[in-house]
Design a protein around this ligand. Structure first.
Ligand SMILES: Nc1ncnc2c1ncn2[C@@H]1O[C@H](COP(=O)(O)OP(=O)(O)OP(=O)(O)O)[C@@H](O)[C@H]1O
Length: 248
């Protein structure tokens, strides 16, 4: 089962495609981190990116957000170059391990980020949407791992983006934190935003995504509506499609 939930990548161009990536490849030394990936995401879709450790999810996310240049292939985000899309505020990015300036408060960090954007949300509104108003006066150094993730999420919301790209957004969050995070996400998705999130939690993919893209060894092993990819169980599909070359 390797359904391509896509139009012809060559025909997908222009602002109605949140993501139109064709023929992406990225090598690190002898490792093919991403090895020929096409990914088309129309506006308004919520897509979960799954795969074992080392599958290439973060590398793909880094290329889609302009942080890493592909060796081959091309990417349009709403019809624009990824770096330009991030700079214009149409993309909000939440990466693993992004630093937070330990000595200033959460409110100050978010105001600083807002000052870098042309038409940002007020920091208080970003905090409200991320459900972290109570952390506004807390110094970043005093935050727990899960709280830091929530602050990174608020930072991704500051540009009021149409596309959110989130790399393992709920890593380090406890059960309550994850529930609150997804409640916040649900209202953002209902407002029609496009979301691409990488996760190791299969149940999050099943509960919140319209579509699953399952990567293994730098390639797309399955791509389709959750019900289709997860027929017989997403756990089972994951194991079947990623066994063998999962870890490199
Ligand atoms: N900057 C880098 N330098 C060297 N190798 C890298 C670099 N970034 C990624 N890799 C390698 O590329 C492969 C894909 O890594 P990547 O982080 O994209 O996978 P992932 O699916 O996000 O994994 P995880 O689930 O563990 O976060 C791995 O073998 C990794 O070691």
């Amino acid at each position: 089962m390797t359904t391509r939930h896509t139009a012809d990548p060559e025909d997908a161009t222009g602002p109605e495609w949140a993501v139109a990536a064709r023929g992406l490849r990225k090598r690190y030394g002898g490792v093919r981190a991403v090895d020929g990936v096409d990914l088309l995401i129309p506006r308004g879709e919520v897509v979960a990116l799954l795969g074992p450790n080392g599958a290439g999810k973060s590398t793909l996310v880094e290329m889609l957000t302009g942080l890493v240049r592909p060796d081959e292939g091309d990417i349009e985000i709403f019809g624009a170059d990824p770096g330009a899309a991030v700079r214009s505020g149409s993309v909000g990015v939440m990466l693993q391990e992004a630093g937070l300036l330990d000595d200033v408060t959460v409110g100050e960090v978010l105001r600083l980020i807002a000052s870098l954007h042309r038409a940002p949300l007020p920091a208080v509104e970003a905090m409200r949407r991320a459900g972290i108003e109570s952390l506004a006066g807390r110094r970043s150094a005093r935050l727990s791992g899960g709280q830091r993730q929530r602050v990174r999420f608020a930072a991704a919301l500051v540009p009021d983006p149409d596309l959110l790209v989130l790399d393992e957004p709920t890593a380090a969050m406890d059960v309550d934190g994850r529930r609150e995070f997804w409640a916040a996400m649900r209202s953002l998705c209902e407002a029609g935003r496009t979301v691409l999130f990488a996760t190791h939690y299969l149940e999050e993919a099943e509960a919140y995504a319209d579509r699953v893209v399952l990567m293994n060894a730098g390639r797309v092993a399955a791509d389709g509506p959750v019900a289709e990819v997860a027929r017989g169980g997403l756990d089972e599909a994951f194991v079947r499609l990623t066994s063998g070359e999962a870890t490199r």
